[in-house]
Design a protein around this ligand. Structure first.
Ligand code: HEM
Length: 120
């Protein structure tokens, strides 16, 4: 069973999005990047992020991820911001009671997108 399935698939992602979204927008290290981005778009971003982290169906190729983040990178998005989001992901999953080994698996998958998201 994939991590995505074992965590509960799309309904689990949807449940996690709400909490993750709150954490990101309350996180002073990254919230400014979402200023002026409409809510629907922000939620799409959080959902895509979590789906990828859960090892679910990834609709974004490397170049799609680069394109989606080009503007943020131009505004200074860097490794420290990526680290912060990974930390928020970890906190979200722990709070939802996901077992530690699965949390580690999810953060490791999210890590694989770092260079694409940061456009390098
Ligand atoms: C697995 C890693 C990630 C995935 C799959 C992902 C996915 C996406 C997607 C699909 C969008 C476009 C949403 C839309 O327009 O409908 C987006 C936009 C965005 N993402 Fe991510 N993202 C990831 C990591 C990050 C990280 C670490 C940050 C750091 C803060 C971030 C910040 C943003 C911002 C600010 C936008 C809006 C860009 C704009 O419209 O100018 N993303 N992301």
């Amino acid at each position: 069973m994939s991590l995505y399935e074992s965590l509960g698939g799309e309904p689990a992602v949807d449940a996690a999005v709400e909490l993750f979204y709150k954490k990101i927008l309350a996180d002073e290290r990254v919230c400014d990047f979402f200023n002026g981005i409409n809510m629907a778009r922000q939620k799409r971003m959080q959902k895509a992020f979590l789906t990828v982290a859960f090892g679910g169906p990834n609709h974004y190729t490397g170049s799609g991820l680069r394109k989606a983040h080009k503007r943020a990178v131009d505004f200074g998005l860097n490794d420290s911001h990526f680290d912060a989001v990974i930390e928020d992901l970890r906190a979200t999953l722990m709070e939802l009671g996901v077992p530690t080994d699965k949390v580690r698996e999810a953060t490791a998958i999210a890590e694989t997108t770092r260079n694409d998201v940061l456009c390098r």
